[in-house]
Design a protein around this ligand. Structure first.
Ligand SMILES: [Fe+2]
Ligand SMILES: [Fe+2]
Length: 301
């Protein structure tokens, strides 16, 4: 694989610095100077090769930080129904997946593969948020570009670990739940923020400490240590989702808590997965009222 996804080898920052005038689109016609943000997000989103996708996500994050991308909302770009992914892993119904016990090396490899698959999809979800919801403020793009870069690094760390365990991404079947939710929430950024960061990524906060504990008990501190890094950054992703969910609610004159639970009802029909990692969710911006109501749903279920 390329160096972009390797542990301890972060993306190279571009040496070229771009002025604020260029960032603001003064040199829009100069394709070689400033690329359109949405064209760059598109390339990453549709890229099927994992190594190249990781490289593009890292380059996107670096270019944004260096002011090397112009926000040109009016440029015509194709619709994306399917994000780019490699031929393998084979996508199956979640019920058909191999049970991921941590007691055997094969079980641990399957577990690392499952988390790597989530991270691969998370790169696509972050790029899709930027690409699809183009009328949002620049700070929104900045948040999800940063997330795309972090997801790419998470995927790279897990893919390297998978190789250490004698496997690679694509060796086990996987599910398509994450991208399904991207498609279901494609019509509304508010639903996207509620259901992707504030449900699916928040679920990751709930389950990761238990997985780390099982791994440590099985003597796999190396994978557990990677998950410590991932969990820390995932709290930031859920926090970004919370911030934008509340901002958009405010703009639309909606009460955020009522709207969140209305969307949970609409998309999940009350099927909440428990238990909750309350402390991590609190850190990620969930209010006490939200947590109490979610906990009550768990207790009732
Ligand atoms: Fe991640
Ligand atoms: Fe994430």
């Amino acid at each position: 694989m390329t160096g972009n996804g390797r542990a301890g080898a972060p993306y190279r920052l571009p040496t070229r610095r771009v002025s604020l005038a260029q960032r603001n689109g003064v040199f829009r016609g100069h394709q070689s100077m400033v690329e359109n943000l949405f064209a760059a997000a598109y390339r990453c989103l549709v890229e099927p090769d994992p190594d190249r996708k990781v490289g593009l996500a890292g380059a996107l994050a670096s270019a944004w930080c260096a002011g090397g991308l112009a926000v040109e909302r009016g440029v015509a770009l194709p619709d994306v129904a399917e994000a780019g992914r490699p031929e393998r892993p084979l996508l199956v119904d979640a019920r058909g997946l191999f049970k991921r016990g941590t007691g055997t090396p094969e079980g641990r490899a399957a577990l690392v593969h499952a988390v790597a698959h989530i991270e691969f999809n998370a790169i696509n979800l972050a790029c899709d948020a930027v690409y699809r919801f183009r009328d949002l403020p620049e700070a929104f793009f900045g948040d999800w570009i940063r997330v795309a870069g972090e997801e790419a690094r998470h995927f790279g760390l897990l893919r390297d670990r998978l190789r250490e365990l004698g496997h690679d991404y694509g060796d086990f079947p996987a599910h398509r739940g994450l991208w399904d939710m991207a498609q279901r929430t494609a019509g509304d950024v508010l639903a996207r923020m509620a259901l992707v960061p504030r449900v699916l990524e928040a679920r990751g906060l709930d389950v990761t400490p238990g997985i780390m504990e099982r791994l440590r008990r099985a003597g796999d501190d190396r994978t557990a240590d990677i998950l410590v890094v991932i969990l820390r950054e995932e709290i930031g992703h859920v926090a970004a989702g919370t911030r934008w969910f509340r901002t958009i609610c405010r703009e639309r004159g909606l009460e955020p808590e009522a709207e969140y639970f209305r969307l949970l009802d609409q998309f999940l029909r009350g099927e909440l997965r428990c238990p909750l990692h309350l402390e991590a969710r609190r850190e990620a911006g969930f209010s006490e009222a939200e947590l109490m109501r979610l906990q009550a749903m768990c207790d009732d279920g």
